[in-house]
Design a protein around this ligand. Structure first.
Ligand code: ADP
Ligand code: MG
Ligand code: ZN
Length: 471
């Protein structure tokens, strides 16, 4: 929905991503997912009195990489603060975060939506730590502190989005950038990428922002869209019936597809922010930023554009650049083949579905050779697909598959002539029509030979031989 009863939504999102480090943000505990509850904790991540945190350089580097991937300015000096709140998943009673002086500011993410380019501003990115994990079994609450202290980057956008579709497309593109940059595995279902969505509404055409509600922890891109639309309807109906929108923290109910009241939104003062006294200011100098920039892997929008520039269909380029493992595989194919466009078509139709299912796949050279066979005119496109499929099934090269299963194009003149004779013998009427001057009837003979050769007769050769036959 773009608007509802004359109102439009204004949307800003906060995205938390777990940074892919081996150790936690401020201690040397393992940051690996899973394990027995509380098996990856120490006095630092549990906030015991006297424990001294120190910043994990790898978390710092990945946060800088995140900032650069999103076009942010990296601040030379950033600092950590304590954000206090009480919750069973936070044994320290505060979270170490960056409130006053975040590491990155002023970036942007650009993407296409229905053929139109959109840009969403990034206000800031700060480095912080994750909390523990609560789970309910019946009325019993258990707490696992293994996630306490795992490094997170919080990415805060400006309120630049104007529809559910735009919010979904933004998060999709953000996720893709972070995956390609290699900063996080971005699994929304495992919680390594989580979204809070802020929504307000205003009459279409108005410039005055409305009062926003924040919907916490939405765990799929689809639900982000549903939550925005649910809020657009709820807030608009509330206003039109004479009510006022209150600043609230809400949650999305996946069964009713509606948002529900959680609590009145905390005010900044409620958190009693103070500077974290145990961790010195972080200095990120220009030389360091440049060294991180040099390690930045190529990002998906650029890779997609490069594929389009060599003639690959926009839709295929987008699909190939939807996951690093697909783009990396295709890069190897591209280097090996003389026909990248055919290779891309074969990749999209035959290989991507296999890779998406996580099944074993043929080596990139096989796909490259298969496209080459087509480019050389040795197989037609149907046989190219078939030989690739057989190659996947039987673990043999597409060339061997084409040989074993007789898929090569038929270029043997003698054999084709025999087939023309056979086709003529069973189409006497047609032959008479052709001899009487009805040239178009030749297609019947051509069709007959194609049938006899299971579609493998080389079309130009066949057409020439049919012409010669009737001369
Ligand atoms: P908080 O911690 O209070 O949620 P943040 O500054 O972290 O505040 O995040 C505020 C988010 O709300 C940002 O993503 C911002 O774009 C968004 N936002 C601010 N004003 C509005 C508004 N009027 N309507 C919708 N979203 C808004
Ligand atoms: Mg917030
Ligand atoms: Zn620890």
């Amino acid at each position: 929905m773009v608007s509802y009863k004359g109102y439009e939504p204004v949307i800003g999102v906060e995205v938390h991503v777990e940074l892919r480090t081996s150790e936690k943000a401020f201690c040397r505990c393992s940051a690996e997912y899973g394990g027995d509850p509380d098996s990856k904790c120490c006095p630092v991540c549990l906030g015991m009195p006297g424990a001294t945190p120190s910043l994990n350089p790898e978390a710092h580097r990945l946060a800088v990489l995140t900032g650069l991937a999103l076009g942010c300015k990296i601040e030379r000096v950033s600092r950590f603060d304590r954000k206090h709140y009480f919750y069973p998943d936070l044994p320290k009673g505060y979270q170490i975060t960056q409130f006053y002086d975040p590491l990155c500011r002023d970036g942007a993410v650009t993407f296409e939506l229905d053929g139109v380019r959109r840009t969403v501003g990034i206000e800031r990115i700060h480095l912080e730590e994750d909390a523990g994990k609560l789970s309910y079994k019946g009325d019993k609450l258990s707490i696992d502190n293994n996630r306490c202290g795992v490094p997170l980057a919080e990415i805060v956008t400006r309120p630049h989005m104007r529809s559910a579709d735009e919010a979904m497309a933004f998060v999709d593109e953000l996720r893709r950038i972070l995956l390609f940059a290699g900063v996080s595995d971005c699994k929304m279902n495992e919680g390594s990428l989580r979204c809070d969505v802020n929504v307000s509404v205003r009459p279409v055409g108005s410039e005055t922002p409305g009062v926003r509600c924040e919907i916490k922890n939405i765990n799929s891109i689809n639900f982000i869209g549903r939550a925005v639309d649910a809020e657009l309807v709820r807030q608009t109906d509330l206003i039109l019936s004479g009510g006022t929108v209150e600043v609230q923290t809400r949650r999305f109910n996946e069964d009713t597809l509606k948002t529900e009241y959680m609590r009145k939104k905390e005010k900044t003062a409620d958190y009693r922010y103070i500077r974290e006294p145990e961790i010195p200011a972080v200095i990120t100098d220009e030389a360091y930023v440049e060294s991180v920039r040099r390690e930045m892997p190529p990002l998906p929008a650029k890779r997609e554009e490069e594929l389009r520039n060599i003639g690959i269909k926009a839709e295929s380029a987008k699909l190939i650049c939807s996951l690093p493992k697909l783009a990396d595989y295709f890069d190897l194919v591209k280097k090996e083949t003389s026909d990248a466009v055919t290779a891309a078509n074969l990749f999209v139709s035959e290989i991507i579905p296999v890779m998406r299912r996580g099944e074993p796949c043929v080596p990139p050279e096989y796909l490259a050779r298969c496209a080459d066979m087509f480019a050389a005119g040795d197989v037609n496109i149907v046989s190219a697909r078939t030989s690739l499929r057989l190659s996947l099934e039987e673990g043999i090269s597409p060339h061997t598959a084409a040989e074993r299963h007789g898929l090569f194009v038929l270029k043997d003149e003698g054999l084709i002539k025999e087939m023309i004779e056979k086709a003529c013998a069973s189409n006497e009427k047609t032959v008479a029509q052709i001899r009487a001057g009805k040239v178009s009837a030749k297609k019947v003979i051509i069709g007959g030979v194609m049938k006899l050769s299971s579609g493998r007769a080389e079309p130009r050769l066949l057409s020439r031989l049919v012409d010669e036959f009737f001369e």
